[in-house]
Write a protein that binds this ligand. Structure first.
Ligand SMILES: [Cu+2]
Length: 167
């Protein structure tokens, strides 16, 4: 929110500065007045269009992804996945949502060894999913039972799970 206010204040200051500059011109003809009006209108549009886009991830309240017949949601809590095992049909999507306070990963493989099928970002704690973030995969390329683990918690908390993809 403060980010937006700063952005707005900055734009307002720019508009005022421009106004003073324009007012200080020797001749302030009708053409200049129109130009100033248009410029201020453009700045107003800029505030509306660009400033909301400035808000960072932490400023936006996270809303859990909704489940549909073709999309299953796995909530990553501290420190386990719920549900631990999901069963889907080929072509369905699984969304892992970080519903906890810790960072987590969903990384296919066993015993902390990625097998490369999917990885929300392991190998560097900076890449781990933050609270409110999610990772999804469409399982349209394969069937079978696929184990996965959370890099920081699989060993101490057995934060692991499986995705079973039926034909
Ligand atoms: Cu975890």
């Amino acid at each position: 929110m403060s980010h937006r206010l700063v952005g707005f204040a900055h734009t307002l200051a720019s508009a005022i500065a421009f106004h003073k500059l324009a007012s200080g011109m020797p001749k302030f003809s009708g053409k200049s007045a129109i130009h100033l009006t248009v410029t201020l209108a453009v700045l107003g549009v800029f505030v509306l269009a660009v400033v909301p886009g400035c808000s960072d991830e932490s400023a936006t309240p996270a809303s859990p992804p909704r489940e549909t017949p073709t999309r299953k949601v796995v909530n990553m809590k501290d420190n386990y996945c719920e549900p631990k095992n999901v069963v889907i049909a080929r072509g369905d999507t699984v969304v892992w949502f970080n519903a906890g306070d810790n960072r987590h990963t969903t990384t296919s493989g066993v015993n902390g060894v990625p097998d490369g099928l999917w990885d929300s970002g392991s190998g560097d704690p900076i890449a781990w999913l933050r609270p409110g973030q999610s990772f999804q995969r469409i399982f349209d390329d394969t069937t079978g039972v696929f184990p996965y683990f959370c890099e920081p918690h699989w060993s101490a908390y057995n934060e692991t799970g499986t995705v079973t993809v039926n034909p």
